[in-house]
Design a protein around this ligand. Structure first.
Ligand SMILES: [Zn+2]
Length: 296
């Protein structure tokens, strides 16, 4: 039986409150093997990967729900099972449609979507105070249709640039709130605090898309739970400096990874990227980013 829900309780940064958070596995996807490991990401690598017949390993799609004394926050929304329906990608241009239908594989059942997951832990979608999107790719936005009453925060830059985003697939009545990252957090110069206690913060980690963000939940004892979105697909790829063909800006992506590793010198970071099955054990064992493992 595949584990689809992670439950974690931590002591808040103030040392008093408890913060509970959940991980939901909302489907999985795969891209071509050669697109998974592109020595030089970009359009040419992407097109070359079209000839590749083999798909890479299945990547889970994790979504995070944080039950914090200041509110309930959802990070990303996962896949929609509609990706499995014929014609779902029909509104898109030919190339994009071809990419999603032939160059990617998806696996998700209706009962794995966000609304079912929330039901399982007894939280109604209208209890969620804010949703924060790390970026606008379809495996992060597919559950927005279940959040029509919830403000959805997106970094203003992401909302403007929309790298690899398909607004034609977004539901009609969503409430997007573009957010400026006008504060700073440690070495990250573009950040936005989501709580008055300054223990939940959006930080700019560009590269995968130009407006990509990660979200840091600060715990006590110098701990950070870092919801990394797609800054890298897995923790191993952070250590190995491996990037997929389709990232928007390789240089920025590398810099974002360096910044995370630099932050790990000061804080005990538990890294939780969207597409890593290792998140389950990492949270269970409180396994932090090890700087020594980093091949430089
Ligand atoms: Zn992505």
């Amino acid at each position: 039986m595949v584990q689809r829900i992670i439950t974690k309780e931590i002591i808040a940064k103030n040392g008093k409150d408890k913060v509970k958070f959940y991980g939901f596995k909302i489907g999985q996807l795969a891209i071509k093997e050669s697109a998974m490991h592109a020595p030089k990401p970009g359009l040419i690598s992407t097109v070359l990967s079209f000839k590749d017949k083999t798909f890479g390993e299945w990547l889970p799609v994790w979504v995070w729900l944080i039950v914090h004394p200041e509110g309930i926050f959802l990070i990303d929304t996962g896949l929609s099972s509609e990706v499995k329906q014929a014609g779902y990608f029909k509104p898109l241009d030919f190339i994009s449609r071809y990419y999603f239908e032939k160059q990617m594989k998806f696996e998700i059942k209706r009962e794995e979507e966000l609304d079912y997951m929330l039901q399982k832990i007894g939280i109604a979608s209208n209890q969620i105070d804010k949703t924060i999107l790390t970026h606008l790719h379809i495996d992060h936005t597919g559950g927005m249709k279940h959040l029509l009453q919830v403000p959805i925060l997106v970094y203003e830059k992401e909302w403007k640039t929309q790298d690899g985003a398909f607004p034609k697939l977004f539901p009609q009545n969503i409430h997007i709130q573009p957010v400026k990252l006008e504060e700073s957090f440690e070495l990250f110069e573009h950040a936005h605090y989501l709580t008055k206690g300054k223990d939940l913060v959006m930080i700019s980690t560009p590269g995968h898309t130009r407006g990509h963000v990660s979200i840091a939940l600060l715990g006590n004892k110098n701990k950070i739970y870092l919801f990394g979105g797609d800054v890298t697909y897995t923790q191993n790829r952070l250590y190995d400096n491996t990037f997929s063909a389709t990232i928007k800006d390789h240089k920025d992506n590398k810099k974002s990874c360096e910044n995370i590793l630099a932050l790990a010198k000061k804080f005990n970071i538990i890294f939780l990227p969207t597409h890593d099955m290792g998140n389950i054990d990492r949270l269970k064992n409180e396994e932090e980013i090890k700087i020594d493992n980093n091949k430089e």
